[in-house]
Ligand binder design. Structure first.
Ligand SMILES: [Zn+2]
Length: 241
């Protein structure tokens, strides 16, 4: 019964893994857990639509929130992915230590590309990385994930100047101006900081579409989706925006 309930909760990707015989159900106490002994395969990844991939990321986050994460067999995943990788998505997220994408999306080795930079900003090198992920390596989703209480966004609002960080924060500043917010527009007001972080995600997505003809073409052809999200570091929830 537990097995069936679990199967119903699993995404299409996980169902594929499950039915493929490479996942094993084990019982720890009264809590069923699933151990994955391999990374996402090419067949599994290619069988997913961009919407399937987005759903699988959100389902992983639900498992993280409910503390029912999968038992990732990292050693087995390392071995199974050593000759090839077939990640389903490329994540663009902040360096914040409280927002580790693979963990909060309950993913394993060889399953997600992850580009991390303070304030999840975009630049030519990051666009190149995302183009590799999607156009060369077959990822189906670009997932731009900001987060609440972001120090980089806070720093941009406070006009922090510090070496090379100054130029990075300049890339966030258009989001400050563009954010409609009634109330205290300062770095001390986290409601405002979070509103700017959300706007920043939207502007980064605009930038990706504008400055990457490669990704724009893939999106227009329906082969990938470019999606924005916010991670709430208080309750652990990833919400699409
Ligand atoms: Zn941050």
């Amino acid at each position: 019964m537990c097995k069936n309930n679990y199967k119903m909760d699993l995404s299409k990707r996980n169902l594929l893994k499950y039915s493929g015989g490479i996942a094993a159900l084990s019982i720890v106490g009264s809590i069923p857990s699933i151990t994955y002994a391999a990374s996402l395969s090419k067949e599994e990844r290619d069988g997913m639509t961009p919407d399937d991939v987005v759903n699988s990321l959100l389902e992983g986050n639900k498992r993280f929130i409910s503390n029912k994460t999968l038992n990732h067999d990292y050693r087995a995943q390392k071995l199974s992915s050593q000759h090839g990788q077939f990640p389903s998505a490329v994540i663009l997220s902040c360096i914040d230590s409280r927002a580790p994408a693979e963990i909060i999306l309950d993913s394993g080795i060889g399953e997600l590309f992850n580009s991390r930079v303070a304030g999840n900003i975009s630049n030519d090198d990051i666009l190149g990385s995302m183009e590799f992920a999607c156009a060369a390596a077959g990822a189906k989703v670009v997932f731009v994930m900001g987060h609440t209480k972001c120090g980089a966004v806070k720093g941009a609002i406070a006009n922090v100047e510090l070496g090379n960080l100054t130029g990075l924060l300049d890339k966030i500043k258009p989001a400050i101006k563009k954010t409609t917010f009634v109330g205290n527009r300062t770095a001390e007001n986290y409601d405002f900081v979070d509103a700017v972080a959300k706007t920043n995600v939207q502007l980064v997505i605009d930038d990706i579409r504008k400055n990457s003809p490669t990704l724009r073409k893939l999106e227009n052809e329906g082969r990938i989706k470019i999606v924005g999200a916010m991670y709430d570091i208080s309750n652990g929830k990833v919400s699409l925006i």
